[in-house]
Structures are given as structure tokens and as C-alpha cells.
Design a protein around this ligand. Structure first.
Ligand SMILES: Cc1ncc(COP(=O)(O)O)c(C=O)c1O
Length: 390
């Protein structure tokens, strides 16, 4: 059975060109970049080239790129760097719909002496900007707001938020893990102080990330150790993955123009045809300002987990809520924050596409999902009750 992979916000396939670029660093080029000998030193040159490639993707200067182990580490480093740099400030602003990498850290800090404001969103997933701006204070150490939501794809108006936050003398970090590689992200145009990205969302391997730190930004390392990354992140570099991320960044820069419009068309057709053929289905989040690859669709009165399991038997991979929360049957915190009714939040499926998806794959899902949902609804007491009451 062929696998139809539409779970690219969870992770992506490593591009074959990325694999090829990485391979020598497991065999002939295994030196330590910190070594004095040329065997290791040459590897240092490859890291430099990768740093240039990543910097280029977001229009940063190479020295503003700090390699980390993942998006989660980048997020933690950013927030912890800000609170360490402003020890007198005890307030953090974030949103109610962040990825657990930010949300759970902020909840942890809230139990450990910090006041955290979680800015709400409306039914469409749009941020309450008035609430955000009204809650900034001289005590605020950092504002951390995601560029794009991993579950709905809704993009926040970061370009509007950043100048207002910085005008108050407050540091701004964005979790751009889902945005980078899908939409243009330019740190010269949108002057965030720090930005997180993750390799495995852009066809590089898992276990490599980046924290962009604008030149002049106050900073404190999270991983204290060797002098690597100019003392900003200790630990021998994950050379092969850094090289892979460099290659993936170079490819991603081209794909935003060349592939994402096609991906958006596939996503739009998938969404339109599913909504047309399945009653009581709705898209979660605004469709006005959204990542090109993501749709979150709720199928009322069925359990998202059941849909996923049935789709799995057909070879279709998607997600209910966020992959990180799908082990639990609680509706996702994102959909709850948006006020999606319980009956719909439970039955939400996220399809997240990539340049590898095809029109035939969309056809396959459009043909197979409606009968699957209809069958599940036959077994749903909630569906039968709702049918009886109409
Ligand atoms: C928005 C967002 N932030 C952070 C992360 C965490 O990234 P990583 O898996 O590299 O730690 C993810 C992963 O799903 C994400 O979607």
C-alpha cells in the first residue's frame, strides 16, 4: 500500500539532496571542527558554508545564526536568555495557542516567580492585538509569539506587532518553526530580536535547529560548555545535520516561489472537495492569512483519533490537533482557545502538505474520506442524537 503523507507539520521527509550532502560527514569527513589539524578544520569550513545558507533563507547575517538541537531548544534558549538578561523584569507575554515548546515553558515559569500573560485569539484564530498591547509593561522581559500556528496554519501579523513591542523597549522572539520554508521570512523587514526554526520541518533531519539572534541583542547561553557557536551554545557541533540544514535551507528558499503556490492549490482543492462532500465539516481558523500547506478540518460528532486510525488503514497519514498532543484525547489547546465547540474540536484533522504531494493523492483522499466519516458517524451516538433532533 502506498503511503500518502500529509503530516508535514509534524515532520518532513529528508530531501535526497540533503542526505547526499550529509553523507561524507559520517565517513571521510568525521573530524571535530574545533581541532587544530586541517582534517577537523576543514569540517569547520563546511559549518561556515551551512551558516551562510541558513542566514540567506531568512536574510540574516551569518554571525546571527546559532545552531541548536531543535526548535524546542531554540524556543527555550530565547525565553531563558531574555529573562536572564533582564533579571529585574518578571513578566512574559505569549499567546494561548503556542506550541508546547513555548506554552509549557511559560507555564513552568509562571509557577516559578514569573507573571505570564497568555494573549487570547478569536474564533478564527486571530490574535487580540488590543489585549496584547494593553498588557505590555516596564516589567515585561520578553514577548514570544509564533509566526504561524502549527495546527491551523493561521499566521499572526508579526510585522505589525514587532515595532509596537520594540518601541516599548521589550525584546521580541518568534517561533517561526512552521513559517520558515513555507512563506518568506525576512529578518531585515520584520526586525524580530530572536527567531526559532527547526530542520525537520524543512526537509532536513530531526535534531537540528537554529536560533537567530539579532546583532546587539542581549543574550545568555542556555547550554553552557565549550566555545562552540562563539560561546552561545556549548557542545560539539552536529556537523552532518548542520550541513543538511544548510542544503535544506538553500532548497527551501527556491521552493517558496516554485512549489508553495502549487501546494496551496492542492490544499485548497482538498479542503473544498471535502467540505462539499461531507456534511457538518468546517475549517478551523481564518483562510485569509494562512500557511500555504495547512488545513485543519473538523468533522463534527466523530472522534479525530478514530478518523486517523481508519485513514491509517488506507495509507493516509495526517494528524489530529498537534502530533505532540495526539497521545491524549483532550481536544487541542489551540482549538479550545479559539472556542471551537467540543463536538467539532474532538473531530479535527490536520492535513499538512509538502512539495512531495500530488493531485492523485488529493483525489484518493477526496474519494475515500467521505464514506469513512459516514461509517464512523453511523457508530456515533452523538451523530445519531443530532440527526434525530433535526
Ligand atoms: C510551532 C512549533 N514550534 C516548535 C516546535 C518544536 O520543534 P522541534 O520538534 O524541532 O523541537 C514545533 C514542532 O512541531 C512546532 O510546530
Amino acid at each position: 500500500m502506498k503511503t500518502i503523507y500529509m503530516d508535514n507539520n509534524a515532520t518532513t521527509r529528508v530531501d535526497p539532496q540533503v542526505v547526499e550532502a550529509m553523507l561524507p560527514y559520517f565517513s571521510e569527513a568525521y573530524g571535530n571542527p574545533s581541532s587544530v589539524h586541517a582534517f577537523g578544520g576543514n569540517v569547520g569550513g563546511s559549518i561556515k558554508a551551512a551558516r551562510d545558507q541558513v542566514a540567506n533563507l531568512i536574510n540574516a547575517a551569518p554571525e546571527e545564526i546559532v545552531f541548536t538541537s531543535c526548535g524546542t531548544e531554540s524556543d527555550s534558549t530565547a525565553i531563558r536568555a531574555a529573562i536572564a538578561s533582564y533579571p529585574d523584569r518578571k513578566h512574559i507575554v505569549t499567546t494561548r495557542v503556542e506550541h508546547p515548546a513555548v506554552k509549557n515553558l511559560c507555564e513552568h515559569l509562571a509557577k516559578n516567580g514569573y507573571r505570564v500573560t497568555f494573549v487570547p485569539v478569536d474564533r478564527d484564530g486571530n490574535l487580540d492585538l488590543d489585549y496584547l498591547f494593553a498588557n505590555l509593561s516596564d516589567d515585561t522581559a520578553i514577548v514570544s509569539i509564533m509566526w504561524a500556528n502549527n495546527e491551523t496554519g493561521v499566521m499572526f501579523p508579526i510585522e505589525e506587532i514587532v515595532p509596537a513591542v520594540q518601541a516599548r523597549g521589550i525584546m521580541f522572539h518568534t517561533d517561526a518553526v512552521q513559517a520558515v520554508g513555507k512563506v518568506p521570512v525576512d529578518v531585515k523587514k520584520v526586525t524580530v530580536d530572536m527567531l526559532s526554526l527547526s530542520g525537520h520541518k524543512i526537509h532536513a533531519p530531526k535534531g537540528i535547529g537554529v536560533l537567530y539572534v539579532r546583532k546587539g541583542t542581549r543574550y545568555a547561553p542556555f547550554m553552557i560548555g565549550g566555545h562552540q557557536e562563539k560561546g552561545r551554545r556549548g557542545g560539539t557541533e552536529n556537523v552532518a545535520s548542520i550541513v543538511g540544514l544548510g542544503k535544506a535551507s538553500e532548497l527551501a528558499a527556491g521552493q517558496i516561489q516554485d512549489q508553495m503556490p502549487r501546494v496551496a492549490k492542492l490544499r485548497d482543492r482538498l479542503e473544498k472537495e471535502l467540505l462539499a462532500s461531507i456534511p457538518n465539516a468546517m475549517v478551523n481558523g481564518t483562510t485569509e492569512r494562512r500557511l500555504p500547506n495547512t488545513t485543519s478540518i473538523s468533522f463534527e460528532y466523530v472522534e479525530g483519533e478514530s478518523i486517523l486510525l481508519m485513514m491509517d488503514t488506507l495509507g493516509v497519514c495526517a494528524s489530529s490537533g498537534s502530533a505532540c498532543t495526539s497521545g491524549s484525547l483532550e481536544p487541542s489547546h489551540v482549538l479550545r482557545a479559539m472556542g471551537v465547540p467540543f463536538t467539532a474540536a474532538h473531530g479535527s484533522i490536520r492535513f499538512s502538505l509538502s512539495a512531495y504531494n500530488t493531485a492523485d493523492e488529493v483525489d484518493y483522499i477526496v474519494a475515500n474520506l467521505p464514506p469513512l466519516i459516514a461509517n464512523l458517524r453511523k457508530m456515533s451516538p452523538f451523530w445519531n442524537q443530532s440527526a434525530a433532533s433535526t
